[in-house]
Design a protein around this ligand. Sequence first.
Ligand code: SF4
Length: 473
Amino acid sequence: MRDSEDRGCSEALPFARVITSDPEEEPPGRPRRHPVWRDVPDHLWDDWRWQSQNAIRSVRQLRDLLPFSPQELEVIGDLETEYKTAIPPYYFSLIDPDDPNDPIRIQSVPSPLEQENPSGYELEDPLEEDKDSPVPGLTHRYPDRALLVTTHVCTMYCRFCTRKRATMVRGGWDAISRNDERMIEYVREHREIRDVIVSGGDPLTLPYNKLKFFLDELAAIPHVDVIRIGTRVPVTLPQRLYDPSLIDLLASAGKVWIQTHFNHPREITPEAARVCLALLKAGMPVNNHSVLLKGVNDSLEVMRELMRALLRIKVRPYYIFHCDPVIGAGHLRTSVWKGMEIMEGLRGHLSGLGIPTYVVDSPHGGGKIPVMPNYLLSASDDAVILRNFEGLIVRYQAEDRPTTAQPTTTRGVSALLQGTKTALIPENSERMKRRRELTVINVNETEPGTRPDDAHGERKLKSLNVLANGCGS
Ligand code: SF4
């Protein structure tokens, strides 16, 4: 099994430096093309139709572009009869062909590991969406939201897709197109539905008129406030959104939010940045969810870089999804502990704008359950004990019971509850070190009468140092 712990991001992957966004540059550096498409004229390369027509769809094509062992070719040849593959040349060119564990390759190229079922309970419909479908293609699970599966087509088929039964399985779901009207009717009749997620497959692969049908019909329903378009097009085929008429169509509905899906910082290219900016300029907020995937982004370094790169292109990190137990994707799943470790390293270390919610989608169709490190450590009748990202542990007094503490001799967290201490501050805290330095500067440079060699200055310095040194009692 691949272990990405030591693969870091740009430090460990020289190739990443070639195409990763340069923080000094806006927009970031231009990605390369795989040599086989080096001479394709720009006007074709930038044409989404050319990209779709030339997508890699077979093992026969793959073996000419990437190294495989004969055994691998045999297994992925068998998989081909079951699952579809599609990788546009643009997205394929983000792969480092010399790295068999390349994170873009892991997401898009079939792997012999898909034949395994390591956990023993991988499922076709892990979220039980079909059981919450009053109309085929529509899932109504949460009180005010509904999900519409409008197509089984995607620009790139992600090997970990939760809805693989509809998108990737050959001859899979045929229930979708025959139920368009019924899905709209259901939303119209259920006034509690305020937020409709138009998904698939990828709805931006729909023919223009069909997408217009969904947008017009949903926009006209008064109780629908939000239409969310779930799409990986900005990631895998941004050229589709070079078409201003598609942006205009999306914007015309007036209620559209874009929900996209970047998983790795190398996916944030100048092309992706360009189309996200175009969507934002047209008035559509762009949020991102990532799926936590072994070998792709299961490291704090990669996730931090991804969140920062998203903020640079003004896309809001919204969710990190734990990878669902979908059939054929067991080798890409991590433990929930890995997700917790990553969240511990994000909160407090990055701007709050860059902190997504980590969620596990519950078995039995229980929906998304947020999971995070614990910041509430203990509680009493009149106070709670909280901790911050750097390990500072504080007593937080209840607003309505300011003087109820009756101290008993005790220590540690218990002393905070008793009110004999107010904080436990870790030694070597960078913040406290900064504060001490600032105190010395301030005292040395402030007005007469507050120098440390006079009584007032000495008292001030002493009190700040007491807090900085962690007593606080
Ligand atoms: S783009 Fe979305 S729906 Fe399509 S294969 Fe990827 S994860 Fe599945």
